[in-house]
Design a protein around this ligand. Structure first.
Ligand code: DWN
Ligand code: SAH
Length: 419
């Protein structure tokens, strides 16, 4: 083979051929909020998505290195959303009241961030450990009394935990397994670390929701995988771990919680074959579905751009709401710059005064939005709309409206006053 020929990408889990199904062009880091003085050296990578017919895994073809994404200035803090705090409280209660905890249990969490979930176990003096590579968020978790090991979880980390703490009753992971390219390594670590009757409980944005809602903004550097029951069964099956339960979650625009155990430890619930059947009906185990998805994404881009251009023509003021990682995909793919969107408001202090990755839209404190209500707010944090709607009741009653692209470009509330 000539050295100029491009190699066919391979599935990270099955090593089978990966077919590229989406190409979104060059993108910056999803959370690469940048100081105005640093824009010259900004990093870009090709954002494209592949599908493996073998593992059914939807995955990025290229992902930047973990150290580029998760570091001591990681700007996402799980506790910024009241709704997510509530969600993780319930998540903790579901584990605390389950049959999976032994007398003196060990609970392990991968990607514990600011301690939003693990703090519920720490406050009950239960043995626990969180693995978190981003120093700044790990420090917040420690302030809550959470024990944190600063590292990227992999099989070697599992060995470290085994020798210091013993094996785990429950291994939890929320919105993190979909971030880790070396999934086989992580799963081997789970296999080693888990007690014979232990369980892995993890949740991530669900591929079925992304396809149904055309929420293509869930595709960015950090999200190297978009999971389905099909791909979870395949990937964990390689290590003899079985899927015993699934439960849809409303978080992050539609997520799925997966429960796994050693093969044969528990009888899988009916929810598993039911979800597998539903996925086959939706076609998310088939290549053609993702080829059609590219067309839907392009249509969404055209509709969003033309609405923003129309608002500009009519002299309406517009601001972005929530400088989410997801917004980086929308802004860069839809080529939205300050002429259409002068600023984005966000509640995270570390993002203030920075520019959005790639398109360089200024990020301002939420107070700016409150001081100066725009005619239209482009809703980047659409997954938190319920919470935002109650927080912004004054904005809405004054005739303000939210523009969203999910599941198609439209205004919220749908029957609000004409702006
Ligand atoms: O998977 C991931 C999830 C868990 O969190 C990570 N890769 C990164 C991150 O994704 P995201 O940035 O898209 O997450 P959220 O939770 O949709 O976005 C939160 C952002 O929105 C924060 O910057 C805070 C902001 N926000 C706001 O300004 N006002 C949020 C709420 C609820 C608000 O009222
Ligand atoms: N669990 C939290 C945080 C999700 S953001 C929530 O659901 O809100 C993803 C987190 O995973 C970040 O804090 C990131 O630093 C961490 N992370 C990324 N790769 C990791 C790895 N290999 N091991 C452990 N944590 C990781």
């Amino acid at each position: 083979m000539s050295s100029f020929q491009k190699q066919v990408p391979r599935c990270r889990v099955s090593d089978s051929e990966l077919t590229t199904v989406l190409d979104l062009g060059l993108h910056p880091l999803g959370n690469g909020f940048i100081a105005p003085s640093d824009t010259r050296d900004e990093f870009f990578y090709p954002l494209s998505v592949g599908f493996s017919e073998e593992s059914k895994l939807v995955q990025l073809v290229d992902q930047p290195s973990p150290e580029q994404m998760f570091h001591s200035e990681y700007p996402f803090f799980s506790g910024t959303s009241v709704g997510m705090r509530q969600h993780f409280k319930q998540f903790a209660y579901s584990i605390l009241s389950s049959k999976f905890l032994s007398e003196n249990p060990l609970i392990v969490e991968i990607g514990c961030n600011d301690g939003i979930l693990l703090s519920h176990f720490a406050s009950r003096n239960l043995r626990h450990i969180g693995i978190e590579p981003a120093d700044n968020v790990a420090a917040l978790a420690r302030e809550q009394g959470v024990n944190v090991l600063k590292d990227f979880f992999c099989e070697d980390t599992a060995e470290v935990i085994l020798s210091s703490h013993g094996s785990a009753d429950v291994i939890m992971a929320a919105n993190v397994l979909c971030h880790i390219a070396r999934l086989n390594d992580v799963i081997r670590g789970f296999k080693r670390l888990l007690k014979p009757n232990g369980v892995v409980v993890f949740e991530d944005p669900y591929l079925g929701d992304v396809v149904r809602k055309t929420s293509y903004d869930q595709i960015y550097d950090e999200h190297v995988f978009l999971f389905s029951a099909h791909s979870v069964v395949y990937a964990f099956g390689l290590a003899d771990l079985q899927l015993i339960d699934v439960a849809p979650q409303p978080t992050h625009g539609g997520s799925m919680r997966y429960v796994l155990s050693h093969k044969g430890s528990y009888e899988p619930s009916d929810s598993v074959p039911r979800l597998l059947e539903e996925e086959s009906r939706l076609g998310i185990d088939q290549l053609e579905t993702f080829i059609r998805f590219q067309t839907k994404i392009e249509e969404s881009k055209q509709a969003l751009r033309s609405e923003l251009e129309e608002l500009k023509k009519r002299g309406k003021s517009v601001a972005g709401y929530g400088a989410t990682s997801k917004s980086t995909t929308i802004l860069n793919y839809c080529e939205i710059t300050t002429d259409l969107l002068p600023y984005i408001c966000d509640t995270t202090p570390i993002k203030h005064g920075k520019l959005s990755p790639g398109r360089h839209i200024p990020i301002k404190p939420h107070q700016e939005f409150q001081r100066n209500h725009p005619d239209v707010a482009l809703l980047f944090a659409w997954n938190h709309f319920e919470e935002i709607q109650s927080k912004e009741s004054k904005y809405l009653s004054n005739g303000g409206r939210f523009l969203t692209h999910v599941p198609f470009v439209r205004y919220l509330p749908q029957f609000g006053p004409e702006k």
